[in-house]
Design a protein around this ligand. Structure first.
Ligand SMILES: [Zn+2]
Length: 341
């Protein structure tokens, strides 16, 4: 767990920039919290008026939602609504693009004050997460490679200034730490949550059709393996080598003709939809090999034996959670589309 010394830095920044009503309120809130004193009072007393450094209510009775990404469930979750959507997005992309999250090394909501201060940590409002804490410990800098930092920058850029990384603190770094740095009434928070597919206050909206990767001759990779396995599942004869050559193309065209699809050899949404088959615990065969290959490549390792057993089911559930899909362990069109994405 980070010690959130940076909350103090944030308070100073807010004091310096106390031009806006939000910033003034935040700073006064911090000062009031400091005035009432120590940790015992904060945990024992009424917390209704308290806010953490970023202006979100800090209390022992917050609405919290479970946050599970990959193999990790963040203890106590994070604040429901927009913070859950936004921090979940950050954690999923971190897990997929920066570093696999590790069990027991990630933290979310925690009702506590900042170390060395009586102000509330942003963890106390459920609006901050720590990821792989032991490797990126408080005060250390340079714990990520240049490529990892580029990936973190890409995630932050997608968050439109709403998320701040502890590695960007000007004084003592906290590279494990990501937090919302806008208050609950800032319209940028709700706008970002909507953009990321959640709502500012309610669960995700009605699902739309899955988006499928378009695959054609000349490509290679795990998604071509999945394609070749699905073609085999439909009784077509070809080598499963992950390379989309002329042999694979001929089989795609044959499959498309058999289904009355445009026979162009290009695998888009219509062809994928016709190819995919629902698979679940107890299933066996080529499609299961394809599922096991894709989840393994994406960091959810499982035995690739073509048998959909309990182990495959658990990694499928973990994969579904990481993508914000219904985590039921059943591989249908949405999960297939995410597997080959
Ligand atoms: Zn933290």
């Amino acid at each position: 767990m980070c010690n959130d010394h940076h909350g103090l830095e944030q308070a100073r920044n807010l004091a310096a920039a106390a031009g806006s009503p939000l910033n003034r309120r935040l700073f006064l809130g911090g000062a009031a919290a400091a005035a009432v004193g120590g940790f015992a009072l904060l945990t024992a007393g009424p917390a209704a008026a308290a806010t953490s450094q970023n202006g979100w209510p800090a209390s022992t009775t917050l609405p919290l939602s479970t946050l599970t990404v990959g193999a990790v469930t963040f203890p106590q979750g994070v604040r429901s609504g927009a913070p859950h959507t936004i921090l979940g997005y950050v954690a999923r992309r971190f897990n997929n693009e920066v570093e696999t999250l590790r069990k027991g090394e990630c933290w979310g909501y925690n009702f506590r004050t900042i170390s060395g201060s009586s102000s509330y940590s942003n963890h106390a409002s459920g609006t901050a997460i720590d990821v792989n804490a032991p490797e990126h410990f408080l005060g250390a800098s340079g714990t990520f490679s240049a490529a990892q930092v580029r990936a973190i920058r890409s995630i932050l850029a997608a968050c439109d200034g709403v998320v701040r990384w502890g590695g960007d603190y000007s004084t003592r770094k906290d590279e494990m730490h990501f937090e919302l740095n806008r208050g609950p009434s800032d319209p940028a928070v709700a706008a970002l949550a909507r953009k990321l597919g959640g709502s500012s206050s309610t669960p995700a909206p009605a699902p739309t059709s899955p988006t499928w990767r378009v695959v054609r001759r000349g490509q290679q990779g795990y998604y071509v393996v999945a394609l070749q396995r699905l073609l085999r599942q439909h009784g077509r004869t070809l080598t499963v080598d992950g390379v989309f050559g002329s042999g694979t193309e001929a089989q795609v065209i044959g499959f498309q003709r058999s289904r009355g699809l445009v026979a162009d050899g290009i695998v888009g949404a219509k062809t994928w939809t016709a190819l995919q088959v629902t698979r679940q615990e107890g299933s066996r065969g080529h499609a299961v090999f394809g599922i096991q290959h894709c989840v393994s490549v994406k960091g959810f390792r499982t035995t690739q034996d073509g048998i959909f057993g309990p182990g495959t089911k658990s990694v499928v559930i973990a994969f579904q959670r990481s993508k914000g899909l219904a985590a039921d362990g059943v591989v249908g069109p949405r999960t297939w589309a995410a597997l080959v994405a």
